[in-house]
Design a protein around this ligand. Structure first.
Ligand SMILES: Cc1cc2nc3c(=O)[nH]c(=O)nc-3n(C[C@H](O)[C@H](O)[C@H](O)COP(=O)(O)OP(=O)(O)OC[C@H]3O[C@@H](n4cnc5c(N)ncnc54)[C@H](O)[C@@H]3O)c2cc1C
Length: 455
């Protein structure tokens, strides 16, 4: 049987970053990626579904220098973000967090980003097996740790270390971790709660020149019901825009309070409309007075996954720690780093992947949970606190938040993070955001700790 030092399940940003870091430190690292066909990539590769926006300080969190990102990965350099409520809107042109990148951020080509990370890993000596899924993993803890991976084609590989980077669907992660969850419980109880599962849907559309703003990303809040449910617009090159949304699965419209306040719902809706209907209504709401939407905003069929569209299940769970004593590190979406606001996860995936690969190669994986908390803990804490606070928000709350944020901006000198949290804070009154953030200190956002595993 083939034997390797580090086996990595999943070839997205977390997996490729783990492979590169491990190979750079001399380990024999192999990535197993099931392989997903996409219209915007030749041959099979990782899933690569993404709105693909990067904020300035996220580049530092990835532990890259801005000049290391290849030019062809960047599609559009951004000046700011606009947040739109039912009637209020606010534009922020500064994240307010120190960053080496000169600018607000950029929109990028996710498939090229993933291909770049893979090329870096291969240049460092990692190998890829693309096109066959990992079907099963069995861990043997007698005399250290070893993991036997079984692929869908029947091949078997043994690895000393295992990095789980199979994304938020966690098809492999769940089964591996269940080996170490005590008392007959399952990791599913923590990571797959039906109240925490979302769906993302996205379309690539060419916008008319006079409404295409290459420098602004936009988010609409309070237009569709559900916790962290919102549409967005991300400008790319050549007037192509990713119009997408995320929403929880299973919202019961009969239980939505003030349903008339949600602009993208119609009186006739008996259940939550599909993503494509919501997006059509969004474009009609914004541009329908001046344009024939289907005609003037055509789908760009050679982009995205298929026919100009893509869908992806995502998860809003909180992060878990890894059972490092078993030689296992969970990284990126699989560990729940894309926690609260789903469109922000590539940076934390890259960083956790790098740390997992590096520490596995050096035989110091026991450092992993502390290392990722040191590197990205503050970012996760901020996101989890914000998401907790806006639970139960209705359209009028979003308007009040954006009005407050806008007033703060008028007074000058505030960034995205401060303006939004202070806006939310003002609606909730007296320091709620700060209190929530304080309650999550010392890793309080972690939902399964290392000492809870039976290893
Ligand atoms: C619609 C949408 C918009 C987003 N927008 C942004 C954004 O603007 N900015 C941002 O930073 N983040 C964004 N995110 C989040 C970001 O995409 C994730 O945080 C990131 O992809 C996580 O990387 P990952 O490597 O952990 O997982 P993934 O990218 O999900 O990669 C996991 C890989 O594992 C493979 N895999 C799964 N099971 C198996 C198996 N059994 N065997 C082998 N391979 C397997 C999959 O094919 C996949 O390629 C967005 C996400 C979505 C869905």
């Amino acid at each position: 049987m083939e034997r390797v030092d580090v086996a990595i399940v999943g070839g997205g940003p977390a997996g490729s970053s783990a492979a590169g870091a491990a190979a750079r430190r001399g380990a024999d690292a192999v990535v197993f990626e099931k392989g997903v066909p996409r219209a915007d990539r030749e041959g099979l590769g990782p899933d690569s579904t993404d709105a693909a926006g990067m904020l300035d300080y996220w580049i530092d969190l990835m532990d890259y220098r801005p000049e290391e990102i290849p030019d062809d990965v960047i599609l559009s350099r951004l000046d700011g973000a606009e947040f739109v409520g039912p009637t209020e809107r606010v534009t922020l042109s500064d994240t307010g967090i120190e960053a080496s990148y000169d600018g607000f951020g950029f929109a990028f080509h996710r498939a090229r980003f993933d291909d770049w990370l893979r090329a870096e890993a291969e240049a460092a000596g990692a190998t890829y097996r693309v096109g066959t899924a990992v079907r099963d993993v069995e861990t043997d803890l007698s005399g250290g740790h070893s993991h036997r991976l079984t692929l869908a084609d029947g091949d078997e590989i043994e690895a000393e270390y295992l990095v789980l980077a199979d994304g938020p669907q966690r098809t492999v992660t769940m089964g591996v971790l269940d080996q170490f969850v005590p008392d007959g419980r399952s990791m599913r109880d923590h990571l797959a709660s039906t109240t925490a599962n979302h769906i993302a849907y996205q379309e690539h559309r060419r916008f008319p020149a006079d409404v295409f703003d290459p420098e602004l990303i936009k988010f609409w809040w309070g237009l569709i019901p559900g916790h962290t449910a919102y549409p967005w617009v991300f400008p790319n090159d050549d007037r192509v825009v990713r119009v997408g949304l995320t929403m929880p699965i299973g919202v019961d419209l009969d239980r939505v309070r003030n349903r008339d306040a949600y602009d993208l719902l119609s009186d006739e809706d008996e259940q939550v409309p599909p993503g494509r209907v919501y997006l059509r209504r969004l474009l009609e709401r914004e541009y329908g007075d001046r344009y024939d939407v289907p005609e003037d905003f055509p789908l760009v069929e050679d982009r995205g996954k298929q026919g100009g569209t893509e869908a992806y299940p995502i998860s809003s769970t909180r992060p878990i720690e890894s059972p490092t004593a078993a030689g296992v590190a969970v990284a990126g979406g699989a560990m729940g780093t894309t926690s609260a606001f789903h469109e922000g996860g590539d940076h934390v995936a890259v960083r956790t992947g790098k740390l997992a690969g590096e520490l596995a190669a050096e035989g110091r994986l026991s450092r992993y949970n502390d290392a990722w908390r040191d590197a990205i803990g503050e970012e996760i804490r901020r996101n989890v606190a914000m998401a907790d606070l806006v639970r139960g928000y209705e359209p009028a709350d979003w308007d009040r938040t954006f009005r407050t944020a806008d007033r703060l901006l008028d007074r000058g000198g505030t960034g995205l993070v401060e303006a939004l949290t202070t806006g939310v804070d003002a609606v909730k009154l007296v320091g709620a955001y700060k209190r929530r953030k304080f309650a999550l200190r010392n890793g309080g956002y972690v939902q399964f700790r290392e000492d809870e595993y039976a290893v």
